[in-house]
Write a protein that binds this ligand. Sequence first.
Ligand code: XMP
Length: 517
Amino acid sequence: MKNQLCIVLDFGGQYNQLIARRVRECGVYCEIKRFDTPIEEIKALNPMGIIFTGGPNSVYDENSPHISAEIFEIGVPILGLCYGCQIVAYTLGGKVEPCIKSEFGKIEITQQNESPLFKDIPEKNIVWMSHNDYVSKLPDGFHVTAISADCPCAGFENPDRKLYALQFHPEVTHSEYGKNILRNFLYEVCEFSGDWVMDDFIETTVKQLREKIGNKKVILGLSGGVDSSVAAGLLSRAVGKQLTCVFVDQGLMRKDEGDFVEETFTKLFDMNFVRINCQKQFLEKLKGVTDPERKRKTIGTEFYNVFWNKIREQGTDGFFAQGTIYPDRIESGKGNSAGHGSTAVIKTHHNMVEMPEDIKFDGVIEPLGDLFKDEVRQVGEKLGIPYELVWRQPFPGPGLGVRIIGEITEEKIKVLQEADAVFRDEIAKSGIENQLKQFFAVLPDVKTVGVMGDHRTYDHLIAIRAITTDDFMTADWARIPYDVLARVSNRICNEVEHVNRVVYDITSKPPGTVEWE
Ligand code: XMP
C-alpha cells in the first residue's frame, strides 16, 4: 500500500528539505520535485497537496523559475511559501513588486479574515520573513489573510480553489506557530490521514524487501556509520542469513570501534558478518605518505580494492545493498539567475558507491532511499540498534588517517585512539555531549618538551577539537567549560603513554575546517 503523498515543488530555496522534513514530522509522506517537473508527471503521482518552496529569485528575473498556470487547475490544494507565494500571485495575474521596506528575521503578523491555515493560532504571532519583493496586487478571487507592519499581504488565499500563499517561512523554527500552520494546511485543507509512521515503515519495507529478494542473497558494505548500520538492521530483519555484511576495518577507526561494530551485528542481528582486518596492509600503503590529499586517496583506493575483492570472492549472485538516504537522491530545482541555468541539475550521491565494471549483481537495493537522516535514526532506534551507532557523530571515511598529521604509524594510531577515548569519556560524563555536534582528538605530529617527576620528557602533543554547527558548512569551536578541559588534559597526560601536552583548537570554520586534513 502506498502512502498518501504531499509534493514539495522546489524553486531553489535553501529550506526545501526542511519543508519536506516538517511535513513528514506531521505524519505525511512527502517528496521533493523540481519546479519544472511536467504537470502530467505530477498528476500521475496523485498528490493530495502541493507546496511551492521559496527561492532566491525575483519572479521578474529573466532566468527565474516559473510554472505553468495549469498546475492550479488540477484540483490539488497548493500552498506557496515566500518566492512560492509570489509565484502564485504572478502566475494567476496578480502583481509582484520590490518592497518599499524589505523584511528579514522575526516579524509580527496579524491575521485578517478567517483562514483554515490559522486555526487555533493567536491572531498576532511571530514569523520568519526573508524577502525583497512583495505581492502588491492579488489575483482575482483571492483575499488577504495576514499583514505585517511593512507587508500588506503576508498571506492570501482563495479557499474555493484551495489555493493558499504565505510570504513567510512556516518551516523554520523561528516561526512561532509554523508547524501548526503546516499541519493545518495538511489536515484542515488537504485532509491527509497522517499515514506516515516509522513503525509502519519498518513493517512495509521488510515485506517489500522479502518480496523483492525472494530466496536470493544480498551483500551490504557496512561502514559502522548510521546509514549502513540501519540498512543492515532492516535487511537482517527481512531476510536474516541471506544477508552478508562486509565490514572493512582498515585499522583507522576509533578505539575498540571495529570490535563494537562486529559485536553489535553478530550478537543482535541474524546475518553473515565478514570482517576484514587489514591495518597492516593499509599501513604498508601509507608508508611515507604525508600529503593530506595523497593520504585520502591512498586510503580510499585501498579501501575499495579490499572491499571489491572480497565481494568478488563472496560471489555476485543476488543483490547489492547500500545505505543511500533521500537527501543523496534529491535533484535540486536550483533554477536561478545567479549562475546556474534553469535546467541545471545538481545531484549529490554521497553514499552511492561506484561499482567496478566486472561486478554485476541482479540489482541494487536501497532500503532507506526515501528517508531523511532523522527518520533513519528513528528506524534505527526501533530496530534496537545501539545508541552509539544510531547517534554516532560524523566520522570521515579516511578515519583517523586525517587526524594524524604527517606519516601514519601504528604507534601514532594507538596514541591517538587512547587520547580520543579519554576525551570522549570525559565529554560523556560532563553532560554537555548533546550540545556538541562533533568532538575528537588530533595528533599533529609535534613533539614538545615536558617534565614528569624529575625527568625531562620529549613526547607527543595532542590537540582536541569540539564544534557546534547547524550544517557543517560553517562551525564554531565549542565553549567547553574550563574544568572539563582541565580533566581531559590531566587524564590524557597521565593515562596516555607518549603524550605530555594537550591544546584546545579554538578555530572556527571558516577559516579552519572541522578536520585538520
Ligand atoms: P570539514 O573538515 O570539511 O568537515 O570542515 C566537515 C564535516 O565532514 C566530515 N568529513 C568527512 N566525511 N568523508 C566523510 O564522510 C570525508 O572524507 C570527510 N572529511 C570530512 C567532517 O568530519 C565534518 O563532520
